[in-house]
Design a binder for this molecule. Structure first.
Ligand SMILES: [Zn+2]
Length: 386
């Protein structure tokens, strides 16, 4: 039985998808104005490992990533580079696809531009207005969170705590914690026409709409960085609850820890951003995977380049093992292979799985037999290319 830590239950839940042999995953994707940094790469590599393991366990996977192209940063980039906004969004979408290929991430089968869904967003906001869980305030449209009993349950916040946040403020907003759905401000140099007037579909409803239009009333896993838990995922869940006919439309909320660089969050203003394509070019994606998977996905990682290089002896051992495989597996190694898979069943415990794999490689080098079939199965799960 696969167990995954669910941020909603704060516990490791037994995982059973809605559809018997198919797991549908939504990952909050990039904002299209820059390349993929190591923190983003870790997120997509984590879900790639999860999907590869699910495939090994007999599940098919269907993975959707939304790409945020309705965003001030995209427009700022277009302005500073004197380029068309759509050109910038398409350019970085292509770079994102290239970065996924460089990282050997093959599990993502659907990429969606938020801007392709604006008419659907309009329909969903109308639905929320009809249900009277959304309201107009000075031309903007907000989600009235006071009507949603479960609001705060994902981020574990009481009503009092939620009210301390002052989100998306504007005149006539009913509750400080209410979520913006449509922003009619004329401060932006871009807008879409709608029945609510010219404006911008706000961030959270973009993702909710992309997920609803692709997966329908429910799906199995929602993934992303832990920092998205509030308000983004709380808002997404509230909107999904109101728009879906399903009581618990998302089974598992799975959050990945941060990658820090010199003890600080990666940011261009600090100048400590590490681009994943640079690391792949320097070390190769195999080594990057061994490095990242040697930490549990929920833990924060404080990145230094020397930690990647430390994994070279292990990778060399894997390459050597590849030259020493045979056509059968010794029972002692079959047992270790089972333990490798069981470690991944346990909330994707990749540090333990890698320890077991390294032990298997040592035993092969000492003369125990491992079939090339079993060796390739392990490499397939880890995404290691031989
Ligand atoms: Zn999102």
């Amino acid at each position: 039985m696969i167990k995954l830590f669910n941020s909603f239950s704060s516990d490791k839940d037994n995982f059973e998808p809605f559809k018997k042999n198919l797991v549908r995953v939504f990952i909050c994707g990039p904002t299209l104005y820059d390349y993929t940094h190591l923190g983003h790469a870790r997120i997509f590599l984590t879900y790639d490992l999860l999907c590869r393991h699910l495939n090994e366990r007999g599940y098919a996977t269907d993975v959707l990533v939304n790409m945020t192209d309705i965003n001030q940063n995209v427009f700022n980039k277009a302005r500073t580079e004197s380029k068309d906004y759509a050109f910038i969004a398409r350019f970085y979408a292509n770079k994102f696809a290239e970065d996924l290929l460089l990282l050997n991430i093959k599990s993502i089968n659907r990429l969606a531009y938020a801007s392709d869904y604006v008419c659907h967003i309009e329909n969903h906001i109308s639905n929320l207005l009809d249900q009277k869980v959304a309201y107009y305030a000075n031309g903007n449209v907000y989600l009235d969170t006071s009507n949603i009993k479960t609001y705060g349950m994902l981020s574990k916040q009481s009503k009092d705590q939620l009210q301390l946040h002052r989100l998306d403020m504007g005149p006539n907003k009913k509750n400080p914690e209410d979520i913006m759905l449509w922003n009619c401000s004329e401060d932006f140099e871009f807008s879409w026409p709608s029945k609510f007037g010219k404006g911008i579909p706000w961030w959270h409803i973009q993702d909710t709409t992309v997920a609803l239009e692709n997966f329908g009333i429910n799906y199995d896993i929602h993934g992303g960085a832990r920092e998205l838990l509030y308000p983004h995922h709380e808002a997404h869940l509230a909107q999904y609850n109101m728009l879906s006919t399903c009581e618990n439309p998302i089974k598992i909320w799975m959050h990945v820890g941060l990658v820090l660089s010199n003890d600080e969050k990666m940011s261009k203003s600090i100048g400590n951003v590490v681009w994943s394509r640079d690391l792949v070019q320097k070390y190769g994606q195999n080594l990057l995977r061994l490095y990242l998977f040697s930490r549990h996905y929920r833990d924060d990682v404080n990145f230094t380049e020397s930690q990647i290089a430390e994994k070279k002896p292990f990778l060399n051992k894997i390459y050597l093992t590849n030259t020493m495989t045979s056509n059968k597996t010794d029972p002692s190694l079959s047992k270790l292979l089972d333990e490798f898979l069981v470690a991944l069943d346990d909330d994707l415990n990749s540090p333990k799985a890698l320890e077991i794999f390294e032990n298997m490689c040592s035993k092969v080098i000492e003369g125990k037999s491992l079939s090339s079939y079993d060796f390739e199965r392990i490499c397939q799960v880890l995404g290691i290319e031989i």
